[in-house]
Design a protein around this ligand. Structure first.
Ligand SMILES: C[S@@+](CC[C@H](N)C(=O)[O-])C[C@H]1O[C@@H](n2cnc3c(N)ncnc32)[C@H](O)[C@@H]1O
Length: 168
């Protein structure tokens, strides 16, 4: 779990949700500094405003879903509305608070490194997050190998024989 002083993304989404003007400033390793007022809003966007690629990907989601790094919960909320059995997790306490305020039923503060195969289905859409991707592919130290996901695939599914959302 992130400490409050580490939770810049959580503060950004929380302040935006509460009505403040928010500008996200991303600094990349190559030195590019990219301020954006629209990106934070996208994290709370409704399905109708998603990219065509995301809309297409949403059509491939079946069964129970574990949304790792759920952020403001746009994916989980969309899938919940569609009647899916969805659990959102994020290591930011503040985004989890935002998800709850937005009406997400099943959401918890949890890092991807705490996830194991008992949690079952995987919906992870940030292949740029190396820690997360390595964990999912069973490459990281101590990883139980949550799922076998080919390189480059950001949305995948797996089944578990364990009972529903153990460990919550
Ligand atoms: C770029 S945001 C994407 C949010 C959401 N999936 C979406 O598409 O709108 C990435 C999210 O992953 C979370 N995150 C990053 N590393 C994580 C980790 N190791 N464990 C759990 N959550 C993590 C961040 O707190 C953030 O909410």
């Amino acid at each position: 779990m992130l400490r409050d002083s580490q939770d810049a993304f959580g503060h950004q989404l929380y302040d935006l949700y509460k009505g403040s003007r928010v500008i996200e400033i991303v600094e990349r390793d190559d030195g590019l500094i990219d301020p954006s007022e629209s990106l934070p809003k996208y994290y709370l966007a409704d399905f109708k405003d998603w990219t065509p690629r995301e809309k297409l990907a949403a059509g491939y989601v079946h069964g129970r879903v574990l949304d790792i790094g759920c952020g403001g919960g746009r994916w989980s909320l969309y899938l919940q509305k569609k009647g899916r059995d969805v659990l959102g997790i994020d290591f930011s306490p503040l985004v989890v608070k935002v998800c709850k305020m937005r009406g997400l039923h099943n959401v918890m503060v949890k890092s991807i490194t705490e996830v194991d195969s008992r949690l079952g289905m995987v919906a992870h859409n940030d292949p740029t997050n190396k820690e997360a991707s390595d964990h999912l592919r069973g490459k990281s130290r101590g990883s139980g190998g949550l799922a076998r996901i080919p390189e480059g695939i950001g949305l995948s599914q797996g089944k578990t024989s364990e009972s529903r959302w153990q460990g919550r």
